[in-house]
Design a binder for this molecule. Structure first.
Ligand SMILES: NC(=O)c1ccc[n+]([C@@H]2O[C@H](COP(=O)([O-])OP(=O)(O)OC[C@H]3O[C@@H](n4cnc5c(N)ncnc54)[C@H](OP(=O)(O)O)[C@@H]3O)[C@@H](O)[C@H]2O)c1
Length: 231
């Protein structure tokens, strides 16, 4: 894929993988909605490439997808509308951010299903509203982004980066979570993501669409494993 498919920031903690963000209101040079590509598709691709290595790398391998409570603001799921092609005036970057974060949660459930009985567990989480450099990417100003921006810039109701990292670190290394996948965390505790993200029909539709988009970017054996043809 082109430069637009560059991986988001990746932090490796031993065999743990934590993957993060990006934002834009234009289609990527690959023709995909950019937040979908940067926040979801690229980390799916990376995870897919790493899975065979992880499966032979010790008894406690974990994939932690850093999602967001913003997934709760995603509008109705429709696999056909993932790649925006409409009026730029109507484009809401917060909506596409929310969707990309919802897709991460859905990936977590789908992949967890396929990792049952293996040494790899996948979880997802909301880190809290954290005072990072996150808001520098925000180009569009609407009430949702403004609210987040104000919180982050003022420091009100926000966590320090140290505090904000705790849920991710807990998910990645706490022995309590060994072998436990399919969990969405908030403040180091199990939480319930939206009903829409837990909808298995939607998860399957997203999974199939994702594999279709990535079929030319994954070796056949990995692709077949994800399609369930190696089972
Ligand atoms: N901060 C919050 O309140 C909050 C709340 C909920 C969820 N999250 C999630 O937490 C994760 C981490 O965000 P953060 O708050 O730590 O933000 P951050 O400090 O801005 O870090 C984001 C990182 O992603 C990298 N990045 C962004 N777009 C990229 C791209 N297209 N290609 C490669 N790297 C890219 C940035 O690299 P550069 O520095 O080189 O640009 C930066 O290192 C994200 O997934 C975000 O959605 C954050």
């Amino acid at each position: 894929m082109g430069r637009g498919m560059s991986f988001p920031m990746i932090q490796f903690t031993k065999e743990k993988v934590v993957i993060v963000t990006g934002s834009n209101t234009e289609l990527s040079e690959d023709g995909f909605e950019r937040m979908f590509q940067v926040n979801y598709l690229s980390q799916f691709l990376l995870t897919a490439h790493l899975l065979p290595i992880m499966k032979t790398s010790g008894e406690d391998c974990r994939i932690v997808l850093v999602s967001s409570n913003a997934h709760k603001y995603a509008s109705r799921f429709d696999v056909n509308s993932i790649h925006y092609k409409g009026d730029p005036e109507k484009f809401s970057s917060y909506q596409y951010y929310s969707k990309s974060k919802e897709h991460q949660v859905m990936q977590m459930f789908s992949m967890n299903h396929r990792l049952q009985g293996s040494n790899v567990a996948i979880t997802s989480l909301h880190p809290g509203v954290v005072n990072t450099e996150f808001s520098r990417y925000i180009q569009e100003r609407n009430c949702c982004w403004n609210c987040i921006g104000k919180c982050v810039w003022s420091g009100a109701f926000t966590r320090t980066p140290f505090e904000g990292a705790k849920t991710t670190i807990d998910a990645a290394v706490n022995p309590k979570w060994k072998g436990k996948g399919g969990i969405y965390f908030e403040s180091c505790k199990e939480a319930t993501p939206t009903a829409q993200s837990r909808n298995e029909e939607y998860q399957t539709a997203l999974w199939r669409h994702t594999l279709e988009l990535l079929k030319n970017h994954l070796p056949t054996d990995i692709l077949q494993g994800l399609e369930g043809k190696n089972e």
